[in-house]
Ligand binder design. Structure first.
Ligand code: FES
Length: 161
């Protein structure tokens, strides 16, 4: 057993868990935050995406022990009380769902994507890194590329460095 301190959605938690315990399992089973979903358990679908230190990560691919003293935001933590995060409100307004199972992960991934754009992090679709502006980074092609990264191995790989 290993003791890990996490701040999840603004609340501090000290957890004792087996060293092999995934962040995903801690969120759902220890903290009862069931918004994150398990689709593939292999980093392929992104349904489990949460934000760690503001960066998107596939919670099914990372061990909780790797995130001691870090801040985690799940879909439950994006809203401010009864006020939805703009992305949550937009998904509702524009009916941005299919079956809805992966929607929490999609919204967390979109929040992480916008942070990356804000920080001028280029994507594979970025044509001119030196001249990159936030407007360039929000073209349909850029958004498709950035969201596809958030749904698979890319997000986990970047977050585990
Ligand atoms: Fe599919 Fe984590 S459950 S990426």
């Amino acid at each position: 057993m290993l003791s890990t301190q996490l701040t999840v959605n603004g609340k501090s938690h000290t957890l004792k868990a087996d060293t092999r315990t995934k962040l995903f399992n801690v969120l759902r089973e220890h903290l009862q935050l069931t918004g994150s979903k398990k689709g593939c358990d292999h980093g392929q679908c992104g349904a489990c995406t949460v934000l760690v230190e503001g960066r998107r990560i596939n919670a099914c691919l990372t061990l909780v022990a790797m995130h001691d003293s870090q801040a985690v935001t799940t879909i439950e933590g994006l809203a401010r009380g009864d006020v939805l995060h703009q992305l949550q409100a937009s998904f509702l307004q524009h009916d941005g769902f299919q079956c809805g199972y992966c929607t929490p992960g999609l919204i967390c991934s979109a929040a992480g994507m916008l942070s990356e754009v804000w920080l001028s992090v280029p994507s594979h679709a970025t044509v001119d890194i030196s001249g990159m502006s936030k407007a360039d980074a929000l073209t349909d092609e850029e958004i498709r590329e950035r969201m596809s990264l958030g749904r698979g191995f890319g997000a986990a790989r970047r977050s585990n460095h």
